[in-house]
Design a protein around this ligand. Structure first.
Ligand code: SF4
Length: 184
């Protein structure tokens, strides 16, 4: 599988202190995408799932983890590995939030078990209006796990979009929902 980053604590892409997992690879190439460096499936980010599990376990053994946010890139372009990872993460936390450029309708028939929240649809720069957790307001937040509905409805009605910067081996990475004037 291709994973570019695993960061903790991500506090701007869902409630609490989360592990953020950035899949690498997205052929969609939306204009104004905030992560164009993750469009290509880069060999340097190829990693086996056991290594990913170990890294996740290391973080979880030393920290309180409130959930996971899977983004990219588009996690759904690596569906088989995505499924394996989601099944594994579900033993740690049921709060698994996933971003994808596909719409939920396009994913009909796909196994989305253990995905608690799906934020779907491609990014449309002209529709970036600061909507909470959404790059553009065509995207929809689907709460698929009813046990988490109250938690997310409260979060969505009280939180505002924020940016966090992380130091990584690739330099500083800016995490969060950026406004359309954001420059790298
Ligand atoms: S779907 Fe997301 S990651 Fe892919 S190009 Fe569009 S905004 Fe970027």
């Amino acid at each position: 599988m291709y994973i570019a980053r695993i960061l903790y604590p991500v506090e701007v892409l869902g409630p609490g202190k989360r592990i953020g997992i950035w899949f690498c690879g997205c052929p969609r190439r939306c204009k104004g995408c905030s992560n164009p460096e993750l469009w290509e499936f880069q060999e340097r980010y190829k990693v086996d799932i056991e290594t990913v599990k170990k890294l996740i376990n290391q973080i979880c053994s030393q920290n309180s983890v409130d959930g996971f946010t899977l983004t990219g890139g588009d996690p759904l372009y690596q569906f088989k590995d995505f499924r394996l990872l989601v099944d594994y993460l579900s033993y740690i936390s049921e709060d698994i939030l996933v971003y994808t450029g596909y719409t939920l309708a396009e994913l009909q028939g796909k196994n989305l078990d253990h995905v608690a929240v799906l934020i779907d649809g491609e990014y449309i720069e002209e529709r970036n209006n600061g909507a909470i957790l959404r790059g553009s307001d065509n995207q929809q937040i689907h709460i698929l796990n009813e046990r988490l509905r109250d938690k997310y409805e409260h979060y969505l009605s009280t939180a505002t979009n924020q940016i966090q910067n992380f130091a990584t081996v690739d330099g500083y990475v800016s995490v969060g929902i950026h406004n359309k004037d954001f420059k790298f």
